[in-house]
Design a protein around this ligand. Structure first.
Ligand code: MG
Length: 165
């Protein structure tokens, strides 16, 4: 049976941080602020996968008070979400996500992001969608104070999951 999950994340843009989105470092004057590498796209996708299998959200699995996740690559969180799908005998069908950023231009990096996400999840790249849009200069995204991401995941789970797994 196919289950769908949704994820959303925002991080503030600050000077002196790297900008990492979808596991890809993008040259820019500012980067995303956060405890981990603050990869809002991977966080949104992780939450979408966790939501599809009814797990607690990323902030509870990987608290920002835990020094283990200080500057951690968010791929760790994504891989853990995929592992939880597998442990229930499930498989991720597809992912789709949208980044909302005024600047920098995201489009040139989308292919690399998709490849990175697909590899982390063990999926063909054709099952990973990542798009980007601006916020038409409106609001905190428009003022370049932060970058937002939203994602959905569909996960095929057995109807009678083995309670042992
Ligand atoms: Mg986050």
């Amino acid at each position: 049976m196919v289950h769908v999950g949704i994820g959303y994340d925002v991080h503030g843009l600050v000077a002196g941080r790297r900008l990492v989105l979808g596991g890809v470092e993008i040259p820019h004057a500012k980067g995303l602020d956060g405890h981990s590498d603050a990869d809002a796209l991977l966080h949104a996708i992780t939450d979408a996968i966790l939501g599809a299998v009814g797990e607690v959200d990323i902030g509870h699995l990987f608290p920002n008070t835990d020094p283990a996740w200080k500057n951690a690559p968010s791929r760790i969180f994504l891989e853990e979400a995929a592992r939880r799908v597998k442990s229930r005998g499930g498989r991720i069908v597809n992912i789709d996500a949208t980044l909302i950023a005024e600047r920098p231009k995201i489009f040139p990096h989308l292919a690399a992001m998709k490849a990175h996400i697909a590899e982390a999840l063990g999926l063909p790249v054709t099952r990973v969608g990542v798009k980007a849009t601006t916020n038409e200069t409106l609001g905190f995204v428009g003022r370049e104070e932060g970058i937002a991401a939203m994602a959905v995941a569909s996960v095929d789970l057995p109807e009678n999951p083995n309670p042992e797994s």
